[in-house]
Design a protein around this ligand. Structure first.
Ligand code: ADP
Ligand code: MG
Length: 671
C-alpha cells in the first residue's frame, strides 16, 4: 500500500487555517478585507468574548449570489483573480481564495448575503468545514458573516488564545487601523454589546484620525504627505520627537490599503528621525503607502502581512524623505539637515530642476554618468566640524600624483560614522578640491549608494587608521570606581578616563539603568514615590488603549501613578512617579498601553512590572543632546556604579564603551 495520501479538503483547509487564522483578530482582518473588497460603505464589527464566542462582520457591499455564496467556502475560490498574470498587479486586499474556507474549517460560520440583482438573500451554515444548510433568508444588500466558537474543533489552537482582554485589544487595534486606512467607509465596533468605536464616513485621513483619536492626540502628530506616484506616495502621521516609544509596536504601516509588518519601512522611518531621536527609541507612526501595483508583490505570506518591493531602496528613500520633510516643516530639522538628507536620495527619478542643476555643474558635465548630484557648497561650509577636519586634512595633502586614488568619505546615515573608501583611479579626470571654483564644488553625491552620503575627493591621501574596532564594550568586572569625567561629546556621551584608558558613557542609557534599579527596588518594597500634580492632566485614550487600560492600571499605580478613568476614553493623571517629568507621563502611559505584547499582562505580572519600570526609566532619564555640568556627570557615574548592571541599560544595550590606553598606544604606533 502506498504511504502517501492526498489529504481531504477539510484537513487541507484546517492546515491552511493554521497560517491564516491565528487568533480572532486575524479572522476579523480577513472578513473586514473582504467587505472592503466588496465595495462596502459601511462595516460593523461585533465582538463577544474576545471574538472567541462570536465575531460578526456586517457590510453593505455588493453581496453574493446564492451560487457564489456556496462556492466562496471552497478552497481556492476567489472572484478576485483569474490568471497568473493577475498576480503581478493585485488591486484587491484578498486574492488567495482561502480565507473563508480556512475560517469555516475551524469555526461555526453563518453567511447571510444578498446582491442587488436577486430578489431573495441566501443563508449558508457551515460548521467545521461541513456545509449544514443553504436556504433563502432576508437580508439587505450586502453580507453578514458570523463566526462562532472559533477553534471549537481544534483544541490545540484554542489553548494558544489569550485572555479575553488581550484578544479584544488586538481586535480593537485592527478595526481602528482599517478605519484609518479607509476614511470613506463608516465603521462601528461593538464589544459585548457596548459600542467602542463609531466613525461616520470622513472626507480624509485627518478627519478620520480626529474621529478616532480626538484633537489632543492629533496635536502631537505631524502630517506626512510626500513621496511620488512612481515609487510610493507616502501619507499619514508620525509623532513629534517628544512622543517616543521604546519599541516599534506603535508603528502602523499600510501598503495600498493593506495592513503589513515591514522591516524595511520601519527602518526607513527610523532613518527619517536620524539626529532627531536617539537610537533605541521609536516614533509613533501611521503611514499609508500607495505603491504602483506592479511594483509590489503581496503574495509573500498566507496572511498577506508581508510584501516585497521591486525597488525596495527607492521605496525606503521615499519614506525617509517624506518623514524628514514633515519633521523639517514642523521645525524639528534645520533646513540644512533636511537638504543634506534630500541630497542623499537615491533611486528616485530626478526632477527637471535637478537635471538642469546637474547640467550646470562642471563636475557633472565632465562625468555625466557617474556624478549626478552637485553638493551645495553652503552645505560643505556648514558640515559638522569633524567632516571639515577631514576635508581640510585632505586639502593640505592634496598634491595630485599621477597614480591617483579615488577616495570616498562616507557618512553612514544610521550611525553617523565616517568611513573611508579607496579605489584606484581609472580614466577619470582628476579634480582636486582646491582646483575648483567655489561655485562648482567638486564634492559630489553618489546617488547609487543607498544608505550613505559619500563625498568624493580625488586627492592622494594617506590612509587614516580607524580606531573603531578598538572601542569595546566593558565587562562589568573591569569597571573601576575611579572614573573621572572630562566632558561630553555631542551633549550625549560622557567622555571619561579610568585606570585603563578612555571611557564613553551613554548618558541616557546610564541614567536609565540608575532609575530602573531604583524604581524596581521601591516597587518591591511597596514604597513607590509619587508626586501629585497640581492640576490633574487629562488624556484621551485610543480605543485600543482603552481596552488595555484596566489590565495595567494596577501595575502603573504600583510605581506611583495616580490614575482615574473619567467618562468614555478619557483618563485623568493625578499623580506621577517621582523623577518622571509631568510632561513625559502621557508619553509613558501611551507607550505602556500601546504595547501589543498584551500576553504578558495577566499571565506574567512580573514581566509586565519590569516593562513598566524600563519604560518609566526611559522616559524619566536624561535625554541625549542635554548639556551636563561636570558635577552632574560625576553624580551620574557614581550612581551608575552602584547599580545592578552598570554596563548595560535596561533594554540590554551597552552603556559604557572603552578605548584602552594600550590600543591608543598601538594606534599611535608607540608599541
Ligand atoms: P479572497 O478574498 O482571497 O478572494 P476569501 O476566501 O476571503 O478569498 O473569499 C472568497 C470569495 O468570496 C471572494 O473572492 C468574494 O468573491 C466572496 N466574498 C467574500 N466575502 C465577501 C463579502 N463580504 N461580500 C461579497 N463577496 C464576498
Ligand atoms: Mg478574502
Amino acid at each position: 500500500m502506498s504511504k502517501i495520501r492526498v489529504l481531504s479538503d477539510q484537513l487541507a483547509n484546517q492546515i491552511a487555517a493554521g497560517e491564516v487564522v491565528e487568533r480572532p483578530a486575524s479572522v476579523a482582518k480577513e472578513l473586514v478585507e473582504n467587505s472592503i473588497d466588496a465595495g462596502a460603505r459601511r462595516i460593523s464589527v461585533d465582538v463577544e468574548g474576545g471574538g472567541r464566542r462570536l465575531l460578526r462582520i456586517t457590510d453593505d457591499g455588493e453581496g453574493m449570489t446564492r451560487d457564489d455564496a456556496v462556492l466562496a467556502f471552497e478552497r481556492h475560490a476567489t472572484s478576485k483573480i483569474a490568471r497568473a498574470e493577475d498576480l503581478s498587479a493585485i488591486a484587491t486586499l484578498g486574492f488567495r481564495g482561502e480565507a473563508l474556507a480556512s475560517i469555516a474549517s475551524v469555526a461555526r460560520v453563518e453567511l447571510l448575503t444578498k446582491t442587488d440583482g436577486e430578489a431573495a438573500g441566501t443563508r449558508v451554515l457551515i460548521e467545521g468545514g461541513r456545509m449544514r444548510d443553504v436556504k433563502d433568508a432576508a437580508h439587505p444588500r450586502g453580507t453578514t458573516l458570523t463566526v462562532r466558537d472559533l477553534f471549537f474543533n481544534v483544541p490545540a489552537r484554542r489553548k494558544f488564545l489569550r485572555s479575553e482582554a488581550t484578544e479584544t485589544f488586538h481586535l480593537t487595534n485592527l478595526v481602528t487601523h482599517y478605519a484609518l486606512a479607509h476614511p470613506e467607509i463608516a465603521f462601528t465596533l461593538t464589544n459585548n454589546g457596548r459600542e467602542t468605536l463609531r466613525c461616520a464616513p470622513a472626507k480624509d485621513l485627518r478627519e478620520r484620525a480626529y474621529q478616532i483619536f480626538g484633537t489632543e492626540f492629533l496635536e502631537n502628530l505631524l502630517e506626512v504627505d510626500g513621496g511620488n506616484e512612481m515609487v510610493a506616495r507616502v501619507r499619514g502621521f508620525v509623532s513629534a520627537p517628544r512622543e517616543r516609544r521604546t519599541s516599534r509596536d506603535a508603528q502602523y504601516l499600510f501598503i495600498n490599503g493593506r495592513f503589513v509588518r515591514d522591516r524595511l519601512i520601519g527602518r526607513a522611518l527610523s532613518e527619517g528621525y536620524r539626529s532627531v531621536l536617539p537610537h533605541g527609541v521609536y516614533p509613533v507612526a501611521l503611514l499609508f503607502l500607495d505603491v504602483p501595483l506592479e511594483e509590489v508583490d503581496v503574495n509573500v505570506h498566507p496572511a498577506k502581512t508581508e510584501v516585497r518591493f521591486r525597488r525596495a531602496a527607492a521605496v525606503s528613500d521615499a519614506v525617509r524623505e517624506a518623514v524628514r520633510s514633515s519633521l523639517a516643516s514642523a521645525g524639528y530639522l534645520r533646513d540644512i539637515e533636511f537638504s543634506a538628507s534630500l541630497a542623499t536620495r537615491s533611486g528616485v527619478e530626478a526632477s527637471e530642476d535637478e537635471k538642469n542643476a546637474e547640467k550646470d555643474s562642471s563636475w557633472s558635465s565632465q562625468n555625466a554618468e557617474r556624478a549626478d548630484f552637485a553638493f551645495d557648497t553652503r552645505l560643505v561650509a556648514e558640515m559638522p566640524a569633524r567632516n571639515d577636519l577631514k576635508l581640510n586634512e585632505a586639502n593640505s595633502d592634496s598634491t595630485p600624483t599621477p597614480e591617483q586614488h579615488r577616495i570616498e568619505f562616507g557618512i553612514d546615515n544610521a550611525t553617523d560614522e565616517i568611513s573611508l573608501r579607496e579605489e584606484t583611479q581609472d580614466e577619470r579626470t582628476a579634480v582636486s578640491l582646491n582646483e575648483q571654483p567655489a561655485s562648482s564644488s567638486s564634492i559630489t553625491e553618489n546617488r547609487a549608494t543607498n544608505n550613505a552620503a559619500y563625498l568624493r575627493l580625488d586627492v592622494a591621501l594617506p590612509p587614516i587608521v580607524s580606531i573603531s574596532n578598538q572601542v569595546r564594550e566593558v565587562p562589568v568586572e573591569s569597571v573601576s570606581t575611579d572614573i573621572r569625567p572630562l566632558g561630553q561629546i555631542e551633549e550625549s556621551y560622557i567622555l571619561a578616563t579610568d585606570a585603563e584608558g578612555l571611557l564613553l558613557i551613554d548618558q541616557h542609557a546610564a541614567h536609565e539603568r540608575v532609575l530602573f534599579d531604583k524604581y524596581h527596588r521601591l516597587e518591591g518594597q511597596r514604597a513607590a514615590e509619587s508626586q501629585n500634580l497640581l492640576i490633574p492632566e487629562t488624556f484621551d485614550l485610543t480605543p485600543a488603549q482603552a481596552a488595555a487600560f484596566d489590565t495595567v492600571v494596577q501595575e502603573l499605580e504600583a510605581y506611583g501613578f495616580g490614575l482615574m478613568r473619567l467618562s468614555g476614553r478619557t483618563v485623568a493623571i493625578r499623580a506621577v512617579p517621582a523623577d518622571l517629568p509631568a510632561g513625559e507621563a502621557r508619553n509613558m502611559l501611551a507607550e505602556i498601553l500601546d504595547t501589543v505584547d498584551m500576553e504578558k499582562r495577566g499571565t506574567a505580572r512580573a514581566t509586565l512590572r519590569e516593562e513598566v519600570a524600563a519604560s518609566l526609566a526611559c522616559h524619566a532619564a536624561i535625554k541625549v543632546n542635554t548639556p551636563l555640568a561636570i558635577e552632574k556627570m560625576r553624580w551620574l557615574i557614581d550612581r551608575l556604579l552602584r547599580t545592578s548592571s552598570p554596563t548595560t541599560c535596561p533594554h540590554g544595550r551597552p552603556s559604557i564603551l572603552r578605548l584602552t590606553t594600550r590600543d591608543i598606544e598601538k594606534g599611535f604606533h608607540r608599541i
